[in-house]
Design a protein around this ligand. Structure first.
Ligand code: NAD
Length: 356
């Protein structure tokens, strides 16, 4: 067997039975003598945050419900001010990657413990990674101090997740696991998690698409999101994440939707240079011995996912600029990055053509 180094970040996970996140959280706050939790949410999820605040009384000091995609610095400043004014001693984020991003941004600035209750499948709760936006520019950093202290998974909070966000946040997580399979610092432990994560999430999403209230599928999706988040946390991402960050950061494309359109295209680019990862992706998607790109295309088609970047506002004349930004700084990738081929890849994704 190969020799390897495996660094998984320490985190405490409560994979709880449905409907018990507030009692689990209350027990956790009591054990840690935390008496003044500030609860975070997006505006759309404020009801969940308020219900949680009531359940925690008197251990909660308020709700801050302005979490926004891409963690804009102005929102973080306002939230840090609120944290200090309320003399909060802990941060609880209930929501998807946007809310968890705000929780990480407050926690790294104040040193307060951060507890996550994820309600999408993006996997951010398991990573020490924070992307923040200032003056329209998004920068990403890694720091072990960013990693949330505890994650509580409660399936009952995910039945309200709309179909489209279920699919795109789930494919965003699958993309973490796919890139972990060929990462320069991958290892057998992470590959186990990646294959299990892809398999669990893909099966779960197919059920959720037809039966959104299926608790077993929703639970399996959270389990897959957890595993895929660990993959992102523990390895270096390559072409796929680089292109998504370029399109999100420089062209304001939506995060999870862009991941969803691009994944088959970026995997097609890399698959011949990463034969073991290709076998693993095909196996994990139930196409053992088959073509992994066909398997990814088939999954997205069965989920009814949007496959066209132009629908998200990318213009044809932006493709050249996007390709040249994406190839600028060298980064690990199984196949050499060639500007012309990346431009072709983006054009196919822009036009909604199949990945080849
Ligand atoms: P999101 O958090 O932006 O949520 C999308 C929408 O769904 C929001 O309007 C939200 O209010 C709503 N929503 C969330 N959960 C819901 C529920 N259960 N019921 C009803 N509505 C619900 O989406 P996301 O895809 O989870 O996160 C995207 C963000 O996360 C991006 O900014 C991305 O950069 C970041 N992210 C970070 C990491 C990391 O490791 N740092 C990993 C993945 C994604």
């Amino acid at each position: 067997m190969e020799s390897f180094v495996c660094t998984t970040n320490p985190s405490h996970v409560i994979f709880g039975p449905a409907g018990q996140s507030s009692s689990q959280l209350l027990g956790l706050l009591e054990r840690r003598t935390l008496r003044r939790a500030l609860i975070l949410s997006t505006p759309g999820q404020v009801d969940k945050a308020t219900t949680l605040e009531q359940a925690l009384t008197p251990n909660a000091v308020g709700v801050f419900s302005k979490a926004t995609a891409h963690t804009p610095i102005e929102v973080t400043r306002e939230a840090v001010d609120a944290t200090q004014a309320l003399e909060a001693d802990s941060i609880v984020s209930i929501g998807g990657g946007s809310t968890i991003g705000l929780g990480k941004a407050i926690s790294i600035r104040t040193g307060l413990p951060h507890i996550c209750i994820p309600t999408t499948y993006a996997g951010s709760e398991m990573t020490p990674i924070l992307g923040e936006t200032m003056d329209g520019i998004k920068t990403t950093r890694r720091d072990t101090a960013i990693l949330p202290d505890t994650v509580i998974y409660d399936v009952s909070l995910t039945t309200s997740l709309p179909q489209d966000v279920s699919i795109t946040s789930g494919i965003n997580a699958i993309a973490h696991a796919v890139e972990a399979l060929y990462a320069p610092d991958t290892n057998p432990i992470i590959r186990l998690m990646a294959k299990e994560g892809i398999n669990a999430l893909s099966q779960a999403l197919l059920v959720i698409t037809t039966t959104p209230q299926d608790l077993e599928a929703r639970t399996k999706a959270l389990y897959g999101a957890w595993l895929c988040g660990v993959c992102l946390s523990s390895t270096t991402m390559s072409l796929h994440h680089k292109l998504c960050h370029t399109l999100g950061g420089s062209f304001n494309l939506p995060h999870a939707e862009t991941h969803t359109v691009l994944l088959p295209h970026t995997f097609a680019y890399n698959s011949l240079a990463a034969p073991a990862a290709s076998r693993d992706v095909a196996d994990s998607l139930g196409h053992a011995g088959g073509d992994p790109v066909e398997a990814l295309n088939g999954l997205l088609d069965r989920l009814g996912a949007c496959r066209t970047l132009s629908r998200y506002g990318l213009r044809e004349e932006d493709l050249g600029k996007a390709a040249s930004i994406a190839v600028q700084s060298p980064y690990g990738n199984p196949r050499k990055i060639e500007g012309k081929l990346i431009h072709d890849l983006l054009r196919r994704a822009w036009a909604g053509e199949s990945a080849v």
